[in-house]
Design a protein around this ligand. Structure first.
Ligand code: FES
Ligand SMILES: [Fe+2]
Length: 336
């Protein structure tokens, strides 16, 4: 019998502090796609495991990653989202100006300060790698190559000819639950017949399987109508590539502290053919159903009567795999 993780890991700020280091700083976090920042000065700013970060393209065409924090008094250099900062990043607090390679170019109107050497106050760099144009950052700087992590996705993308269409659209949803509560919900199809009646009418939910391949969970589900015929591939620790007929939606399941999760959806679609109103309506419906159940589960995890449960060998292999990885992270942190 496979037991679940203890409920306290889903409500404890200390557990989140450990996961910030052991999961998020240790691994690769999604930031966006290169198509969103094609020109010099284009940036994408976001958050990875609780660290505000940004990627900016230099005049030399190179995309560089930095913490989105000024070395003066921690002001932000860019607002979340994407944009163009021109020839330099300018702090939003007192206006310090940084070159696109992170060097402090001007501590504007700072005055003479003994011992202050601007060369020592460049932006904190963040390791950045891309795969098929998808941009990832590694905050701890010690992760293995991104290509190794995503290797199981390559044959899946190749087999289905998955690419990114020119239209991009971002949308976010806020959930009042621990990030693991949502990720685990994503990692099983067991709940589909009860939580998603519309989806259940389109897929053969009893034959829904999740298979692990390295750090990738691949969902296999026979469709009845073909409408949802696609690919759902999840990548440790909190990203999913959802491939539909209209195109691709990348789903970033971002923890905001220990008790909130933000789902950042990035849709790639062909503006000439995709009916995005219909796509977004279906997507919003599914998300509302998952939000409802995840928030209810979280309230029960918080309440205290439930301490641990059991996992189905037929349906919850993906959840068991994920919980095993999380348990290792906590065991390592406790041993340290
Ligand atoms: S915090 Fe950036 S200029 Fe002051
Ligand atoms: Fe769901």
């Amino acid at each position: 019998m496979q037991m679940t993780l203890p409920a306290k890991l889903y409500r404890d700020p200390q557990a989140w502090a450990r996961e910030r280091q052991g999961v998020f700083a240790a691994g690769w976090q999604f930031l966006g796609h290169e198509n969103e920042a094609p020109n010099a000065g284009d940036y994408i700013a976001g958050e990875a495991g609780g660290w505000p970060v940004l990627a900016v393209r230099g005049a030399d065409g190179v995309l560089r990653g930095f913490h989105n924090v000024c070395r003066h008094r921690a002001g932000p250099l860019a607002e979340d989202g994407r944009g163009n900062c021109g020839k330099e990043l300018t702090c939003k607090y007192h206006g310090w100006r940084y070159a696109l390679d992170g060097r402090l170019r001007s501590a504007v109107d700072f005055g003479a300060a003994e011992g202050f050497d601007p060369r020592e106050f460049g932006l904190f760099p963040v390791r950045i790698e891309t795969w098929r144009g998808f941009i990832f950052v590694n905050l701890g700087r010690k992760a293995g190559a991104l290509a190794e992590l995503v290797a199981p996705l390559d044959p899946l993308f190749d087999a289905r000819g998955v690419g990114v269409a020119p239209g991009t659209l971002r949308r976010s949803h806020d959930l009042a639950c621990n990030w693991k509560t949502y990720v685990e919900n994503y990692l099983e199809g067991y709940h589909i017949p009860v939580v998603h009646p519309q989806l259940a009418s389109e897929v053969d939910a009893t034959n829904y399987r999740v298979k692990m391949d390295g750090a990738v969970a691949v969902h296999e589900v026979p469709t009845l109508s073909g409408v949802n015929d696609g690919l759902w591939a999840w990548l440790w620790p909190n990203l999913a590539f959802n491939v539909y007929r209209y195109g691709l939606m990348v789903e970033h399941m971002r923890p905001i502290g220990h008790d909130r999760t933000r789902l950042d959806y990035l849709y790639f679609y062909d503006p000439a053919t995709a009916d995005m109103d219909a796509v977004l309506a279906a997507s919003d419906q599914l998300t509302a159903e998952d939000k409802f159940i995840c928030e209810a589960v979280q309230r029960n995890l918080d309440a205290g009567i439930y301490e641990a449960g059991v996992l189905s060998p037929r349906h919850e292999d993906g959840v068991a795999w994920f919980q095993g990885r999380i348990a290792e992270v906590h065991a390592r942190a406790e041993a340290a």
